[in-house]
Design a protein around this ligand. Structure first.
Ligand SMILES: Cc1ncc(COP(=O)(O)O)c(C=O)c1O
Length: 387
């Protein structure tokens, strides 16, 4: 499917050691009950990829296609909007405006006098901000989203389309996270971030509980339990959510979780190598915009440091080659730049003797991939697949 490219593989020497519970199951049950009640909810499709299975010499490959999630183009629709809802419900209760406001109350404008005075904010490289803006619009509060200069116009416009104000902050994604935090402290706004840091954990925990729904849908739809799951890694929230859900469902038979990152922004691999949460420097200049993160999420790392089996870093060229291969196959799969990291990691590691052995990939392996976004920046997508 794709040619040869360099990659790096690191096995997690702490895999399987006991640790803290980051995502309690009751939080997931609440997220699931809420999100599945939203208008337009439907499980996203599960697509078998026999061509990828043949190329990687494994028994099967399945692709969970998130391109249609709630019309937002990525799995992130599950996280940010749900966390906005939770922030608003808690704040309305704190102010004495509503003891337990439901999403239907908020969407119907029952508390609009109170909610329109509340502002939520976050940093984004596109998809999380779109989800937060969508949630803010639906539930009736104000929204300001911070982007770094590398976020494309297409992605900014997609956030603004949900009524959010988009502000540019200099530097990288991690700098825009700090800018959102600073402004929130100054203005009394609520940060609804997908990444957590010491002293700030609750909205990101809700975000991750929302993501778990995607992993549960996948497990429900698969013909047999997977032996391996390859997940794209940005700050690690998605990978940690998938990990928690796989462990909750399969216990000691949980599949091996492999985190796939861009080689220019491999902060989770760097953390595994150092044995502690570690940031990577540099411009984080990768085409995989959603994965261009230099600092892992604290909560995500607490799950991954013992539950991830391995980490693979891949070059941009391999991601673009995968996008093209999926675009040209019949029937076509539209996969954005960040969606294909897991497929690229599987194809590169699976065709390499050392990679196969290290990850325990064999002719009987059943691999699950999360195609986390569609063409979330349509112009860029068209340019990359045309090549
Ligand atoms: C399409 C896509 N895939 C994967 C990720 C990675 O998620 P996380 O940052 O939680 O690791 C992102 C993050 O923005 C994304 O937008």
């Amino acid at each position: 499917m794709i040619g040869r490219h360099n990659f790096q593989l690191l096995l997690n020497r702490h895999h399987g050691t006991p640790g803290v519970v980051v995502l309690p199951d009751n939080g997931f049950r609440r997220a699931k009950e809420e999100i599945t009640s939203w208008p337009g909810y439907a499980p996203t499709p599960m697509v078998p990829l026999p061509d990828a299975a043949e190329a990687a010499r494994v028994a099967s490959v399945h692709w969970k296609d998130e391109s249609g999630r709630f019309g937002l183009g990525s799995f992130k629709a599950l996280g940010g909007a749900y966390a906005v809802l939770r922030v608003l419900a808690v704040e309305l209760a704190r102010r004495g405006d509503a003891a337990s406001a439901t999403s239907a109350d908020l969407a119907d404008g029952k508390y609009k006098e109170a909610t329109r005075g509340i502002t939520v904010t976050c940093a984004t490289d596109g998809n999380h901000g779109r989800s937060v803006a969508w949630g803010a619009q639906r539930f009736g509060c104000r929204c300001v989203i911070f982007v770094h200069p590398g976020v494309s116009k297409g992605r900014r416009d997609a956030v603004a389309a949900y009524g959010a104000e988009v502000r540019e902050a200099p530097g990288t994604y991690d700098d825009s996270v700090r800018a959102a935090k600073r402004e929130a402290e100054k203005q009394g706004w609520f940060v609804v971030s997908d990444t957590s840091y010491p002293g700030y954990t609750e909205p990101p925990r809700d975000v991750m509980q929302g993501y778990r729904l995607m992993a549960e849908e996948a497990a429900e739809a698969l013909p047999a339990p997977p032996t391996h799951v390859f997940v794209p890694g940005g700050v690690g929230g998605l990978a940690a959510a998938v990990s928690a859900q796989m462990r909750a469902r399969y216990g000691k038979d949980a599949p091996r979780l492999v985190v796939a990152e861009p080689d220019r922004a491999a902060c989770l691999m760097a953390s595994a190598e150092a044995g502690q949460l570690t940031a990577v420097d540099g411009p984080l200049d990768t085409v995989m915009a959603g994965l261009a993160c230099g600092e892992p999420s604290l909560l995500a790392w607490q799950e991954l440091e013992r539950a991830a089996f391995g980490f693979v870093s891949i070059p941009d060229e391999a991601a673009v080659a995968c996008m093209r291969a999926l675009h040209r196959r019949q029937p076509r799969i539209v996969a954005g730049e960040s969606a294909v990291a897991g497929l690229a990691a599987l194809l590169l590691a699976g065709r390499d003797g050392f990679g196969r052995a290290a990850l325990g990939l064999g002719e009987d392996s059943r691999v699950l991939l999360f195609g986390t976004e569609g063409a979330t920046d349509p112009e860029l997508y068209a340019r990359l697949v045309a090549g």
